[in-house]
Ligand binder design. Structure first.
Ligand code: SAH
Length: 234
């Protein structure tokens, strides 16, 4: 083969196969469409769909799982923890009715994916992780991906982040036996909290807790879910 032919063959090859970035962008779009089609109770708004269409989920999972990053399923992220299923991320984000001016608290940073999705919509996100290596890795990942409005901290999220309170909305991404009173205290009147309640191996329910403007609190069961437990010494 002469050199011109070889160059032609090479060009044909590289143009026939999209680069990795393009591959993932297409898969990400497909994932969002799948999530919209499968959501019944709280379908994602345009803002939530756009945020999920932007965050590169494949960068939030271990490298060997990146090709599976856009499947609508939870994936292991090490230390016995998981990144939530995209449809659950969409539902929980939607339930909070996040606005561009909101300050959000997330308990259970994990990979940092949910924090990034919230960070695409809200003004600022505060997220707490109890497992040190996971928290550190997520903090570095969020920084390198440019999520400068997401603040991370290591510690027991049961106690919230009092110095940054009050929050417009709070999302707990690990299952608790009850709504932690410090979190309720740190929620603004008119604010919303989503939290899975229930023991680890029993049916858990995603709850929507609302603090009314007069300070009274109502809660509503949304649907059965499965989350890792909220740990810590509380
Ligand atoms: N939101 C994460 C997934 C959550 S998995 C993501 O988008 O990837 C639940 C996370 O909650 C785990 O990383 C677990 O270590 C953490 N966690 C459990 N108990 C906690 C506590 N008391 N305080 C802070 N984080 C906690």
């Amino acid at each position: 083969m002469n050199s011109q032919l070889a160059l032609g063959a090479l060009l044909a090859l590289c143009c026939a196969f999209p680069s990795h970035g393009e591959d993932y962008a297409a898969l990400r779009q497909k994932m969002v469409e799948e999530v919209i089609a499968a959501s019944d109770s709280s379908p994602p708004s345009a803002a939530v769909a756009a945020a999920m269409g932007k965050v590169e989920r494949h960068r939030f999972v271990p490298a060997w799982l990146a090709p599976f990053g856009y499947r609508n399923q939870p994936l292991p992220i090490g230390h016995g923890q998981t990144i939530s299923q995209p449809i659950v991320v969409a539902m929980m984000t939607e339930l909070l009715k996040v606005k561009g001016s909101d300050k959000i608290l997330e308990i259970g940073t994990g990979s940092g994916y949910q924090a990034a999705v919230l960070g695409e919509i809200a003004e600022s996100v505060y997220t707490i992780e109890i497992i040190e290596p996971l928290g550190k890795e997520a903090a570095e990942r969020l920084k390198s991906l440019g999520y400068h409005n997401v603040k991370t901290r290591l510690g027991d999220g049961y106690y919230g982040w009092p110095e940054a309170a009050p929050f417009d909305a709070i999302m707990v991404t690990a299952a608790a036996s009850h709504v932690p009173p410090p979190l309720l205290k740190q929620l603004k009147p008119g604010g919303r909290m989503v939290i899975p309640l229930g023991a680890s191996f029993m049916t858990q329910y995603l709850m929507l807790v609302e603090k009314k403007l007069d300070g009274s609190v109502t809660s509503r069961q949304i649907e059965p879910v499965r989350f890792v437990p909220l740990t810590g010494g509380h």
